[in-house]
Design a protein around this ligand. Structure first.
Ligand code: NMX
Ligand code: MLT
Length: 425
């Protein structure tokens, strides 16, 4: 059985030498350019970040450590964590060792739940999740070691310990906030016989007689873990961590970005759109009715959630994985059928609208539909489930960045007057 810390130590040494040699030989070569439109346009397409955990290509979507997503959708999120960090999938014994390690770190102190109980009942689950992580920051091993004096090449060790603590606790924290926000507030203890995902579903206390919710949770937490480094949540986590803020601060910063409707909150918005559609038509709409309804949304100046993407120009393979799950598990669910009608109608509407560069669905178009079908009936909670998963990718990138000694992130900004002068406007 291999231990994650040992495997990583070996890989890190080799990567450090590799990158050092690359920089020495080719450090001054150009790999990207920036146009005025890109500088004003959210840096779309500018290659200015390094991320070895995963790549998103416009025509295939997510590739994790060289493996297209479809090849690893049957893996547990814990195995995905190992893959992101080391570049390889763990063998069965090593995976069990990691799962046992996570289970031993999973307790969340009562003061965290007590504090969450004092928040107004209207507090959004994303605010509760981010706050919850910040309340756990007191346990940061990275901060304590840094305060005691730590060499730069040792940073990744305590960063990894914080990452494992944080990843072990975030399902307990998030299931607990679900109980506080939507149920009787009683915290359900972990079940030592269940894995990370099944325990999350179990601690939420949603009845799961068929086991479909636990299976969906395993898939969902796998699919949302990582999406290279430029997405808002990973980018925020990276920037915060580059100041040597510890993983609790950094992942919490990433969660705050995930909470936006153009990013992770789109799954909440999407399910709300589905429910509003059913309510508006008193049941499933026809394709023509849905087309008119989608135009109403666009004409009111809003986006159609679950469609489009900053990088993808194809159907998101995470959507495809959710769709395959739905076909097997809930083909007759009214909302699943409505999602299929949306798939027939919305891309055409967006094409006619003429703005979106990608008119295909992204993962948020279906993830909430499936959660709803298996008993998680509170759309504002969906992004918090995304947060549990994205914590895996954010933490992995953070640990590797500490290992590679990534410096403080500090790109240069320029003024509009400077741009005008530069281009002779
Ligand atoms: N509905 C309406 N308008 C859209 C949509 C959409 N689904 N997608 C893009 N557009 C508009 C966009 O607002 C922009 O308009 P304007 O020129 O007036 O500013 C125009 O089309 C060009 O945008 P793009 O270059 O295609 O997309 P961009 O990279 O700027 O943004 C998203 C990407 C994902 C923010 C955008 O497609 C969107 O708002 N989608 C709906 C929200 C969503 O599903 N987000 C989830 C993304 C995945 N995730 O999980 O994080
Ligand atoms: C993500 O998973 O982070 C989203 O698809 C957004 C992105 O990649 O920009």
């Amino acid at each position: 059985m291999a231990k994650l810390q040992d495997v990583l130590a070996e890989k890190i040494q080799a990567s450090r030498e590799d990158i050092k040699a690359l920089l020495a030989a080719h450090g001054d070569k150009v790999i990207s350019q920036v146009t005025v439109a890109q500088a004003y346009g959210g840096m779309r397409g500018v290659k200015g970040l390094i991320c070895d955990t995963s790549v998103v290509t416009p025509d295939t979507g997510l590739i994790i450590r060289g493996k297209p997503l479809a090849e690893v959708t049957d893996q547990t999120p814990e195995a995905i964590l190992w893959l992101l960090l080391t570049g390889e999938l763990p063998d069965a014994a090593s995976l069990k060792g990691l799962q046992d390690d996570l289970a031993s770190r999973a307790d969340v102190p009562n003061y965290v739940f007590d504090a969450l109980r004092h928040l107004p009942k209207t507090t959004h689950p994303m605010a509760m999740q981010s706050l919850g992580l910040l309340m756990l920051e007191d346990g940061s091993k990275f901060r304590k070691r840094y305060n005691d004096g730590m060499r730069k090449d040792e940073y990744w060790g305590p960063a990894l310990e914080d990452a494992l603590d944080l990843l072990a606790k975030i399902p307990t924290l998030t299931a607990g906030l679900y109980r506080i926000r939507y149920e009787d507030g009683q915290i359900i203890p972990r079940d030592p016989n269940k894995d990370w995902s099944a325990n999350f579903a179990h601690m939420m206390g949603v009845p799961d007689p068929t086991g479909n919710l636990a299976n969906l949770m395993r898939l969902y937490l796998n699919l949302h873990a990582d999406h290279e480094a430029g997405n808002v949540s990973a980018n925020l986590c990276h920037t915060t961590g580059s100041a040597l803020s510890d993983p609790y601060y950094s992942v919490s910063a990433g969660l705050n970005g995930l909470a936006g409707p153009l990013h992770g909150l789109a799954n909440q918005e999407c399910l709300k759109f589905h429910l509003a559609t059913i309510e508006n038509f008193g049941g499933a709409p026809t394709e023509d009715q849905l087309k008119d309804y989608a135009w109403e949304l666009l004409n009111s100046g809003r986006v159609i959630p679950g469609f489009g993407h900053a990088v993808l120009r194809c159907t998101d393979p995470r959507y495809t994985a959710c769709h395959e799950f739905g076909i097997k598990a809930c083909p007759d669910e009214p909302l699943f059928k409505l999602a299929d009608t949306m798939l027939k109608v919305i891309p055409g509407v967006l094409k006619e609208h003429g703005k979106a560069k990608n008119t295909n669905p992204n993962v948020d178009a279906l993830s909430g539909v499936l959660m709803y079908a298996f008993g998680v009936k509170h759309p504002p909670f969906y992004t918090a489930i995304f947060g549990v998963s994205r914590a895996i990718g954010m933490s992995s990138q953070l640990v590797l960045n500490r290992a590679m000694g990534s410096p403080l992130t500090r790109p240069k900004s320029v003024t509009t007057a400077w741009v005008k002068e530069q281009v002779g406007a």
